[in-house]
Design a protein around this ligand. Structure first.
Ligand code: C2E
Ligand code: MG
Ligand code: MG
Length: 303
């Protein structure tokens, strides 16, 4: 019947979305199994929320020159009794599709803000906690108000919160979303564009966005210093960001050569396995206590 066709089309669309931008997928019977898996997972995610199976891990974002910790990015994990730890790449798309992302996202925001406040109260010095937010969250009218409520409840000052939205989200130009970002920024919250360079932003559009920071996508960092195109792109993004008055952070920095190249081209901040993997909150105080020794001692500050 028609419902079946619509369902099958939806399955194929989901596949196409998962494969990235500008792709098409034709429905195949084998895809149907995925749908029941996805429904199953949506059900499990709802339970995960009720049974507190989510955890946040934190990855430091460091000053590219001094290696001091400037920020901590909260990254979501799902501790599943049967399957162990499940990464966000597997369940965030399901959460977005099922609408559960709103509730999960709110949990993330509350948790990250209280944690950041506790660390600041304990005397650890850092400028912000970064929280990833999904398109459907930001597009909700009232999102900015919700964030303000969370900040008030946790006692974290607005300037200590950075929200990361993906470039592909802002490029879809959802007017509600942009309005919410503008309201957030007016409250003093920082806005960063995650995965920058993958979403085909036009420069004129970028200039109009209410943003503070560009996060250079891992894919441009990965092949430094071997791929001259990627090196040219990262250097150009840093230069352009500077002209537009935006800060830059490189993600996925794994080697000293990458860190040095980015730093020498003016990139302000870096984040990646070179400095630390994302770690559980109880490992974080150790970082602050021995910042210099713990964080990639082989990278020498440029002076
Ligand atoms: P992202 O925000 O771009 O986060 C960066 C991802 O790269 C993280 O994967 C991190 O663990 C990984 N990573 C960090 N440094 C390195 C490195 O040096 N090398 C490599 N190869 N990888 C590195 P993770 O934690 O699996 O998160 C994947 C994505 O899931 C995130 O990408 C983000 O888009 C999404 N995500 C994570 N937490 C949340 C959340 O709370 N809410 C929403 N909406 N999305 C989230
Ligand atoms: Mg991120
Ligand atoms: Mg990213």
């Amino acid at each position: 019947g028609p419902e079946d066709i619509v369902r099958d089309a939806d399955i194929a669309m989901y596949r196409a979305k998962a494969a990235g931008r500008n792709t098409i997928r034709f429905f195949r019977q084998s895809m149907a199994a995925e749908v029941s898996q996805r429904l199953e997972m949506a059900k499990d995610l709802r339970q995960a929320l009720e049974q507190s199976q989510f955890r946040l891990h934190y990855q430091p974002q460091v000053d590219a020159r001094t290696q001091r910790i400037l920020g901590m990015e909260a990254l979501l994990r799902w501790e599943n009794a049967q399957q162990g730890t499940i990464g966000p790449g597997r369940f965030i798309p399901v959460a977005e599709h099922s609408g559960l992302i709103r509730a999960i996202g709110l949990w993330v925001l509350r948790n990250a803000c209280s944690q950041a406040k506790a660390w600041l109260d304990a005397g650890f010095e850092f400028s912000h906690v970064a929280v990833n937010v999904a398109g459907p969250q930001v597009q909700d009218p009232g999102f900015a108000d919700k964030v303000e409520e969370v900040l008030a409840a946790s006692g974290l000052p607005a300037r200590r919160l950075q929200l990361e939205v993906t470039e592909s989200f802002v490029m879809h130009r959802p007017s509600d979303g942009i309005r919410e970002l503008r309201r957030l920024r007016a409250k003093g919250i920082e806005i960063a564009i995650d995965d920058f360079g993958t979403g085909y932003s036009s420069l004129s559009y970028l200039k109009q966005l209410p943003i503070d920071t560009l996060k250079i996508d891992q894919s441009f960092v990965r092949d430094i210093p071997h791929d001259t195109n990627d090196m040219a792109i990262s250097a150009a993004v840093v230069a352009m960001a500077g002209e537009l008055g935006l800060k830059t952070i490189a993600e996925g920095v794994e080697t000293t050569a990458q860190a040095n190249f980015l730093r020498d081209h003016g990139c302000r901040m870096a984040q990646g396995f070179l400095f630390s993997r994302p770690v559980s909150p109880d490992e974080v105080p150790g970082f602050f206590e021995q910042q210099v020794e713990a964080l990639g001692p082989e990278v020498k500050a440029a002076d």
